[in-house]
Design a protein around this ligand. Sequence first.
Ligand SMILES: *[C@@H]1O[C@H](CO)[C@@H](O)[C@H](O)[C@H]1NC(C)=O
Ligand SMILES: *[C@@H]1O[C@H](CO)[C@@H](O)[C@H](O)[C@H]1NC(C)=O
Ligand SMILES: *[C@@H]1O[C@H](CO)[C@@H](O)[C@H](O)[C@H]1NC(C)=O
Ligand SMILES: *[C@@H]1O[C@H](CO)[C@@H](O)[C@H](O)[C@H]1NC(C)=O
Ligand SMILES: *[C@@H]1O[C@H](CO)[C@@H](O)[C@H](O)[C@H]1NC(C)=O
Length: 420
Amino acid sequence: MGSISLNSQSLFHISILLLSSFISVTYCQNFQGLSPLISPPLIPEILNFLDQRLAIVYQIIQNFKNAITSDPLNITQTWVGPDICNYTGFYCTSPPDNDSAIALASIDFNGFQLSAPTLDGFIDQLPDLALFHANSNKFSGTISPKIAELPFLYELDLSNNNFFGSFPMEILRIRGLSFLDLRFNFFTGTVPPQVFTQGLSVLFLNNNNFIQKLPENLGSTSVLYLTLANNKFIGPIPRSIIKASANLTEVLFLNNLLTGCLPYELGFLRKLVLFDASNNLLTGPLPCSLGCLAKLEQFNLAGNLLYGQVPEVVCALGNLANLSLSSNYFTKLGPICRKRVKSGVLDIRKNCIRDLPDQRSALECAAFLLHPRYCPNPASFNFIPCKHPSSSSHSRIGAKRNLVSYSSLLRHAAEFPGRN
Ligand SMILES: *[C@@H]1O[C@H](CO)[C@@H](O)[C@H](O)[C@H]1NC(C)=O
Ligand SMILES: *[C@@H]1O[C@H](CO)[C@@H](O)[C@H](O)[C@H]1NC(C)=O
Ligand SMILES: *[C@@H]1O[C@H](CO)[C@@H](O)[C@H](O)[C@H]1NC(C)=O
Ligand SMILES: *[C@@H]1O[C@H](CO)[C@@H](O)[C@H](O)[C@H]1NC(C)=O
Ligand SMILES: *[C@@H]1O[C@H](CO)[C@@H](O)[C@H](O)[C@H]1NC(C)=O
């Protein structure tokens, strides 16, 4: 009750404010000798918000506008008057709880280059907000705990801003959150394990400064797209990753400091289309279980410490368009794999395969082999946990798709299927 009377009070204030600015505009126009025929019925139109829900957020937006310290593209010039749904970057629609209402549902500030010391008092005060996208601005500061009280928020994109410090824990309490993009900021410390149990579909944390072992509960994640690239994640890929097999579709671990051997459990990720763990310190042979990844198109493990024979079942994967194993220490290649080298699918340069061109020197290979490496459970590397490893009979090379996650490695806003 209390909050309703407060709202109508502020509505009243806003009306007064607009009325006075409108009068001065008409006066000014009269003064300049423009048409004095300003029709009176215009007045209520201008004063009226399309919906009470918009009246409530008007002052919040104006306060934020005043807090903006830099706006090189003059975006905020359009943030005037009661027609909030026409402000650049603001989008209205009916909220989920009332089909006949119009509410501010979505904000897309992508590429606006706005600077503000904080978003607190802004996004956390917009009760109907479902999407907030702010790629390529200069926002920073903390995230208010009140953000968890927004009932409809499901997409939060703060990528390529100036956020720093530890992971914003408040985000973990947003119940309906499905899309979280914090890439290209200056976050450091650890990623809280709760983020992997939050029910997300998309998690982009790449290009920050997270320093930690990959969390043991990584596999509890419900995401389809997981990007942890370009951080300082250490330790092995947890075997728990098998638990994510129902959804995990694209995984980017590249340019971290991951160690250990590839877990046999990777072969159970039946939805996997893209897996890139290039430029880490992974070692051991490739598990034959990878031959069960029937949907795999892009598999990149270049720049690691892998060795042994490249399993023929992996080279035989029917949908494989790019198998990048360059700059490792593989020593053997069977006939199917050799065909894949010829067709340009398998990149095996800079390894230790003596009869192929572009290999490491014998000295380099010998030095590597001088230090034997061991993987736990060595027998698991030969298991093939599916009846029919994928065959190359219906190879679809050339049908190159645009993979979603690779666009997350660029600073600018990424395009996603299923996003509005
Ligand atoms: C923004 O507005 C200023 C002052 O009105 C003008 O000088 C500048 O050219 C504008 N910039 C853009 C990108 O429109
Ligand atoms: C929306 O704003 C544009 C200019 O930014 C203006 O031309 C247009 O008339 C406005 N539409 C409404 C419905 O106010
Ligand atoms: C739904 O929104 C309309 C328009 O704002 C409003 O008149 C109506 O009272 C709302 N209904 C409910 C149940 O809140
Ligand atoms: C897979 O994703 C769907 C839709 O987001 C979700 O409901 C489901 O719980 C996820 N499955 C797992 C095992 O996380
Ligand atoms: C394979 O993937 C690597 C890494 O993304 C890329 O550099 C290379 O150009 C790709 N090769 C082909 C033939 O698509």
